[in-house]
Design a protein around this ligand. Structure first.
Ligand SMILES: Cc1cc2nc3c(=O)[nH]c(=O)nc-3n(C[C@H](O)[C@H](O)[C@H](O)COP(=O)(O)O)c2cc1C
Length: 203
């Protein structure tokens, strides 16, 4: 089983990517689970434009990215809270996918990131407006990495032990559920019910 971890910060050395590495390490430790990571801070994508539909040169790397997404059974989507919003790079990412494969009918665990006690806005925004055409299935569980500078650090001396342990315990639980949903939703994708030719866009 392969889980894609998508990090939505524009920053090259983001706290969100740090959280992504922490969650990836937890997943990689499980038998039969591999991870793939896309850090939109280090691998930025062009802003959506019409050339996407006629293979414009700025989109030459897209087939490779599509193949990597097709290969995933589920996702963790990490979004820092910026001005109470999901960063534009992640919203742009969601615009690019609307076919079979990619994100469609695959489970995703949303994980918000905040330097303080924020994060709830981005969870709401992801659940409200990110999945209609790409058909990503948000889990009914979520993670919020609050006080992020005090958790998930490689150097454990930089962690607030109580905050870190709370997040680590919660993330183990949520990731186990993500794996269970990833297994379960393969049956939906294999059912023959999905018809994106007739119903290309969600209502
Ligand atoms: C442009 C910008 C806006 C931000 N707005 C918020 C916010 O609304 N709420 C919040 O909790 N943190 C906010 N932060 C702080 C982030 O929580 C902090 O940068 C954290 O490290 C996550 O971002 P990162 O993954 O890019 O490092 C903001 C940071 C930036 C750069």
């Amino acid at each position: 089983m392969k889980i894609g971890i998508i990090t939505g910060s524009h920053r090259k050395d983001s706290q969100s990517a740090k959280v992504g590495r922490f969650l990836s390490t937890q997943l990689d430790a499980k038998d039969g689970v591999a991870t793939w990571m896309l850090d939109l801070g280090r691998s930025p994508l062009p802003l959506w434009d019409e050339d996407l539909w006629n293979q414009g040169p700025q989109w030459s790397a897209l087939p490779e990215l599509k193949a990597a997404l097709d290969d995933c059974d589920g996702f963790v989507v990490i979004a820092p809270e910026w001005h109470g919003m999901v960063p534009a790079a992640l919203k742009n990412f969601f615009l690019l996918w609307a076919a079979t494969g990619e994100l469609s009918h695959k489970p995703a665990l949303p994980c918000a990131v905040s330097a303080g006690d924020g994060g709830a806005y981005v969870i709401s925004e992801l659940r409200m407006s990110s999945y209609k055409n790409n058909r990503l299935c948000w889990l009914p569980e979520q993670l919020i990495a609050r006080q992020v500078k005090s958790i998930c650090n490689d150097d454990t001396a930089e962690n607030d032990a109580a905050l870190h342990n709370t997040f680590a315990t919660r993330s183990r639980y949520a990731l186990d559920l993500l794996l269970a949903y990833s297994e379960a939703l393969t049956a939906v994708r294999d059912s023959g019910l999905i018809d994106h030719d007739t119903f290309m866009n969600g209502m």
